[in-house]
Design a protein around this ligand. Structure first.
Ligand code: NAD
Length: 495
């Protein structure tokens, strides 16, 4: 079990399990039930977590509604709200080591990378702190000469936002939603994944300490099929911002129809990477390896389908496989580890099944392909060739360190293969030819394209998906839109 000083609330240290944050108080779930949070590096229980049910969701949504109706947050000026968000960012940075340790122990990622994630999460609050006093409408002259009828728009918060996040980057995912939602003036109910609830609770505590009024941020922990579903259909919720699988995203769309919730969906991906014959392979090979293996492949934007020109195919495949073999896979808290475990037994079984299915269908493993050890959920970085686009390994999201590689001999084929997917989240192209890079970028049907880089841009660049990878965008000014309404006001000014 995690040490008391790592625990997240007064409540927790007294009872031995974490609480729910509702209306500024840490409370037990109505049922008193808990569930275990595991360390995926050992499979052991590290904390007992309050298991919320529907009635707890009702209480959290009611608290958020009250806070919104009473304008507890909105009565602060935009600048004051920005100061609170900035303070939260500072608190996160000040507690980065402990937050990183908790994130590493609960999701497995090496602790130094977890620390980078904490800083990225903190950057979300800094960035949107700056927006809090810059959310304005427009004026529109309507009458003849603009004198008799005057229009203007107001940007108003949507109301209560349910924020549902996955386990693969828990703190960043939560920050990507909380920071813009709060900058926009919404009240929130955050639901972390059941696998990784701990840093979300800590973030709730930090926001309280930073000065977010009671009820403006509520955190409920529990199972997606009960409390996630309850939030998705709740009549007291005005907007749902969801990050997770396309399958669950679909159920959230259906659940939201009763009160026509606004929805923002950051869903799955099967992102293509194209290596052109003129690419600088000294950069492309490590770039491609990083695109697929980082965070043990548990990244929505991971570059999992690699298309390499025939002239450089062997060199690229061997280079990426060599990097895969050289990465140190191990317990996230141990020094020098590059990759941690997969999040759970379920995920380990899933990754194994995709690799076995790919081999049964004719694929050939160049490196990796197997579980490591029998404790925790470790899997080798894996490169598979002799694959085609009909295989599940090449069509479906695996969410593990598994790369499928195909060859092409002309750029048209590469683009066609890259776009042959129901998803459209991310992509990259590697080439020394600047014009070709930009031209291919325009033709890839994905929300993000990297040229000689796979993922970059952080909070500054809008991120989201085409097609079944989602609706809406996070990051940048676009990230505010999910949490804002636009009101048109038109005034007859007389003659
Ligand atoms: P998931 O869809 O199983 O769960 C995501 C969240 O939804 C969790 O909090 C879960 O408890 C909750 N949930 C589960 N069932 C629900 C239901 N019926 N109603 C409401 N909520 C429910 O996803 P996951 O396994 O936690 O995460 C992996 C997935 O997330 C991958 O598909 C990945 O691509 C996606 N993801 C996308 C992005 C992005 O930005 N596009 C980022 C990270 C992860």
């Amino acid at each position: 079990m995690i040490a008391p000083e790592m625990l997240i609330s007064e409540f927790e240290t007294k009872t031995g399990h974490t609480g729910l944050l509702i209306d500024g108080q840490w409370v037990a779930s109505a049922s008193g039930e808990t569930f275990p949070a595991l360390d995926p590096g050992t499979g052991e229980v590290i904390a007992e977590v309050a298991r919320a049910e529907r009635s707890d969701v009702d209480a959290a949504v009611a608290a958020a509604r009250r806070a919104f109706a009473e304008e507890r947050w909105l009565r602060l000026t935009g600048q004051e709200r920005g100061e609170v968000l900035w303070r939260a960012a500072d608190l996160m940075r000040a507690q980065a080591d402990r937050l990183a340790e908790l994130e590493s122990r609960n999701m497995g990622i090496p602790v130094s990378q977890a620390r980078t994630m904490v800083l990225e999460a903190s950057a979300q609050f800094r960035y949107y702190a700056g927006w809090a006093d810059k959310i304005h409408g427009r004026t529109i002259d309507l009458g003849p000469g603009g004198r008799r009828v005057q229009g203007y728009t107001l940007r108003e918060p949507v109301g209560v936002a349910a924020l549902i996040v996955p386990w693969n980057a828990p703190l960043i995912s939560a920050a990507k939603k909380l920071a813009p939602a709060l900058a926009a003036g919404c009240s929130c109910v955050l639901k972390p994944a059941k696998e990784t609830p701990l840093t979300a609770l800590w973030l709730g505590q930090i926001l309280q300490e930073a000065g977010v009024p009671d009820g403006v941020v509520n955190v409920v922990t529990g199972f997606g099929e009960t409390i996630g579903a309850a939030l998705a259909e709740h009549p007291g919720v005005d907007t749902v911002s969801f990050t997770g699988s396309t399958e669950v995203g679909r159920s959230i769309v259906l659940a939201g129809t009763a009160n026509m919730k606004k929805l923002s969906l950051e869903l799955g991906g099967k992102s293509p990477v194209i290596v052109m014959p003129d690419a600088d392979l000294s950069k492309a090979i490590p770039g491609v390896a990083g695109a697929v293996f980082w965070n043990t492949g548990q990244v929505c934007a991971a570059g999992t389908r690699l298309f390499v020109h025939e002239a450089v195919f062997d060199e690229v495949v061997q280079g990426v496989a060599e990097i895969g073999r050289s990465l140190k896979v191990g317990y996230g808290m141990d020094p020098g580890v590059d990759l941690g475990p997969l999040i759970s037994q379920k995920q380990l079984d899933r990754v194994t099944a995709y690799v076995e299915g790919g081999l049964d269908a004719g694929g050939r493993v160049v490196s990796g392909g197997s579980r490591i050890g029998d404790r925790g959920f470790f899997f080798e970085p894996t490169v598979v060739v002799d694959v085609d686009q009909s295989m599940a390994l090449m069509r479906e999201e695996i969410f593990g360190p598994v790369l499928g590689v195909m060859q092409f001999n002309d750029v048209e084929t590469a683009i066609e293969l890259a776009n042959d997917t129901p998803y459209g989240l991310a992509s990259s192209v590697w080439t020394r030819d600047g014009a070709a890079g930009h031209s291919i970028a325009r033709r890839l049907r994905a929300g993000r394209v990297g040229i000689n880089i796979h993922r970059a841009g952080g909070v500054y660049m809008p991120a989201g998906g085409y097609r079944q990878s989602g609706w809406g965008r996070e990051n940048g000014p676009e990230g505010l839109e999910s949490y804002l309404e636009t009101k048109s006001v038109v005034a007859e000014l007389g003659s």
